[in-house]
Every structure is written in C-alpha cells, then in structure tokens.
Ligand binder design. Sequence first.
Ligand SMILES: O=P(O)(O)OC[C@H]1O[C@H](OP(=O)(O)OP(=O)(O)O)[C@H](O)[C@@H]1O
Ligand SMILES: NC(=O)CC[C@H](N)C(=O)O
Ligand SMILES: [Mg+2]
Length: 526
Amino acid sequence: MCGILALLLADSNASANLELFEGLQLLQHRGQDAAGIVTCGHKGRFYQRKGNGMVMDVFDQKHLQNLAGNLGIGHVRYPTAGTSSHSEAQPFYVNSPYGIVFGHNGNLINTQELKNYLDFHTHRHINTDSDSELLLNIFANNLQATNKVRINEQDIFTAIKGLYERCIGAYACVAMIAGFGIIGFRDPYGIRPICYGRRENIRGTDYMFSSESVALDALGFTNVIDINPGEAIIITKTEMIRSQLIEPKSFTPCIFEYVYFARPDSVIDGISVYRSRLEMGEYLADQILKKCGNSIDIDVVIPVPDTSRVAALQVAYKLKLPYREGFVKNRYIGRTFIMPGQQMRRKNVRRKLNAMALEFADKNVLIVDDSIVRGTTSKEIVQMARDVGAKKVYFASCAPSIKYPNVYGIDMPSRQELVAHNRDDDLVAKEIGADVVIYQELDDLLASCIKINPNIKSFECSVFNGEYITGNVTTEYLDHLENARNDVAKSFKDTLHSPDAIDLHNICSYSSKSQVKCEKFIVLDN
Ligand SMILES: O=P(O)(O)OC[C@H]1O[C@H](OP(=O)(O)OP(=O)(O)O)[C@H](O)[C@@H]1O
Ligand SMILES: NC(=O)CC[C@H](N)C(=O)O
Ligand SMILES: [Mg+2]
C-alpha cells in the first residue's frame, strides 16, 4: 500500500510540481519510507527528485523549483518487496522506449517468472529487487514491440493489455511517457484503489489520478471516478480516453483499505471510508453484546488513536457508554504499523501514545482498535492502561482476527509474526495482556462496506480467510515470502545497503534540509 499520483495541467506553461507535492502530503499515510516526483518539461525532458523519508523531508523549495513542467507523477512508498533502499524509491524510470516513468501501488506474485522472462526473452536489465521495476519493464517491453518511432493511444492500451496477461498480483499504476501524457490503470481484480478527477479552468481541463479521493478533493478536482478493474485511462494535452481492456476477473477491492489504510475522508469504489468505519462500530457493538451478554461491566470506551476513533465513537454510542480520549497521541509521530522492523514499531507506540490516569484509574475499560496485527500496539497500550490503574481491560478489534499473510501490497509476509496465528481469542488476550478480546466477524466487516455500495459484492480478505483471489499463491510461495521478508531477513538486507552508495544515473548528496540521503533530480539535458 503506497500512494500514487499523476497530474496533467491544461496550461502548458504552468508547473505541476507544487500540486504533486501537496497531493503526496495528502497521501502520506499510505507510505512513510520514501517519496518521489518526476515531472516532464520542455522538449519532453524528465526532472526527478526522490529519496528516503517523509514528503516534507525529501523536498524543499529548491528541489520543487527544479521539477519543471506541467505534468508529472508522484509516489510515497511503503515497501513490500526488495529493500527500503533509496534506489527502490519510486517513480522508476527507463529511457527506452520513448522515456517512461512509473509508480506502482501493490505487489506482484509471479516476480520470479517475470524476472526470467525479462532476462531470457527480452534481455532487459533489472537493477533492483523491486517488483515495480519488473512491472515497468514489462510495460516498456510491450511498447517496444510496436517498433514505432511514435506511438498512439491504441499502442499504449495494447501494451497494458499484454501486461495484464503476464503480471499476477495487485497493481494500481500511474505512468508518464515523455512528451505524450499520463496514464492510470488498475489490475483485473481492482485490489488496490485508484481514481481520477478533473478541474475546469480557462485554459481547459486539468486531470489528476490518485490512490485516494482525498487528494483530488483537497486540490479542487471534481467528478471523481474510480478506475475499473482491468481498465486503463490515457490523458494527453488534447484528450482523455478510457478503455476497458479486459473483462474484470471479479471486482474485489482490498477490505483493509477501509479498516486501516485509507483516510476516513476518502471515498473508494463508491464507499465512504468514514461511513464504513461507523458501520464497523455498529456491528462491533453487537458483537461485544453477544460475547459479554448481560455481564457487561464496562465503564468507558477508549479508542486507540488515530484510525479507530470513528468506529470507537459508534461503539460507545450504541452501547450507551461514555467515550473518552484516554490515549493522547503525539501528532509528530507517523503510523507505527507501516514502520520497518519490530523494534522501531514497539518503541514508537510508546513514543506516540500516552495514557491519562484520569480516564483509566479504577475503571473497567473497553479499548477499541481497528485491527490487531502483530499485537505490537495492543500489547503496549494494554500495559499502559494497567500502569495507570485500569481494573479490567476489554480489547475490541473492528477487523476479524488476522491469521494469514498478505501478498497484495501490505507488508505482512510472515505468519509467525501475526499474533493470532495459531492462537485462539483467549490466547491472543493472554498474549496482549487483556482480560477479554473481541473480534469483528468477517461477514459483519463485509456488510459494513457492502451496505454502502451493494454493487461491490466481494472483497479481497485473504488476511482473514487465507483465500487469495488471484490464485498462484502456493504454500511454497508463502514459505519463500516468509523467509525472504520476515523482520530479521529484511533488517539484514537493509544493512547491506550502504547509506553512501551512489545510485546509477543519480548524483548523490545529503539534503540540505534534513540530512536525509536523497538523489538529486536527474539532469538529462546536460
Ligand atoms: O497489531 P499491530 O501490529 O500493532 O497493528 C495494528 C495497529 O497498527 C495500526 O496503527 P498505526 O499506528 O500504524 O496507525 P494509526 O495512527 O493510523 O492508527 C492500526 O491502527 C493498529 O493500531
Ligand atoms: N505497498 C506498495 O504498494 C509497495 C509497492 C512495491 N511493491 C514496493 O515495494 O515498492
Ligand atoms: Mg492504530
């Protein structure tokens, strides 16, 4: 789950840089590891700035000024493949054919097969372990196959159709072809979100693609439309063309976007994330009553900031119990679940949240969170609640218990790291130190979204039921993923990347602003 953006302004003398920067800040919650923007200016030249860190760390005014041109794409990264190295920060670039830059949200399953194909059949060099670089090269190779000096929209649609046939997994993508325009497309199951909107002005129509509608809303784009599974959209300076390239296999958006990832003020696939979380609260309250019956002895409902707030408020309302903000969140610390490494995650829960004795002392508390994944947050905060005098701690989760790895763009590769793997609810309660743990039922979670948009009948729910919608997820694959991407393996891989490494084609320097290691933009016109 990364954030992707693409923008094309109707005024060819305007600059896309500032709005891309603002848009990425609005998608920051989707990826904190790296950020990047590539714009396209005069003579079809690309200008790039990307590096590790939050959006505010990677770009300063000078960097933004150097991003020339009225169109561009942007990315915030939460790695699910390869390493956290800045060389895997996106967008990715290939010069041949035509000059393409690419941003991807999601994760591919058949990477080994794609690597072999690109190596043995197309002789394309892949320089990182990122699955997104493979995706870009498949697209580039398909465009190359046209053998044309200049391509048209149909050639691009054919190339994406070919990509659909070869690439298995989750992918919502934006691309930009030098001097041509911007492109957005979505995998045949519609697992990861992508939408677009338009903004009229005296120069014509500006267009923007975004992972979430919040970026479009905030920047004044309207008529927001979700891209369909298997659909691609091309926007050039003269036109916008949509094409349904293949019949959707099934429309199964990732349910975890609604549970945790997306901002509540986004609407994804016709479902308001905020409304879905209110519904989750309604159903969860019923579940709590079912589990605790008349013996319910809760004094107060307390959310775990930030994501669970909306649902927790509804739980309290339905149970007719007081809602209190017992945990205060440090607003300068980002999301902990998407931080790399367990040690960092654990330390940051303590840094981020502080319990107020006033709301816990001598009370039976119901703590509500959106999910319990590794149990990092719940374990720490149950202890915090006890430390300030809570008597009995009930812990309720808006999501059902998470027992299976995710392979579609959420970095949960290891069964062993999931607290509910091989543990029933009572054992999970014991593990996190709570008296009682109450999980949402999967059918109720699904109903929370389907109720809002009955046209979407199914969701990607593999972390709850182990059913992987794309197929091709074998036990061998899951074993391989677990070995390659558990926390220990990841931290080892990351230590292999020297912070002083100089990337191919990129001039390295320390950012004057933050001392974060970044690549300067590519100077293509020297
Ligand atoms: O069981 P765990 O492995 O700890 O994962 C689940 C927790 O992580 C997320 O919070 P996060 O701090 O990332 O983001 P938030 O501030 O949006 O709630 C999520 O909201 C849960 O609180
Ligand atoms: N979370 C994502 O969407 C990650 C995109 C891509 N798989 C990467 O690791 O960079
Ligand atoms: Mg949280």
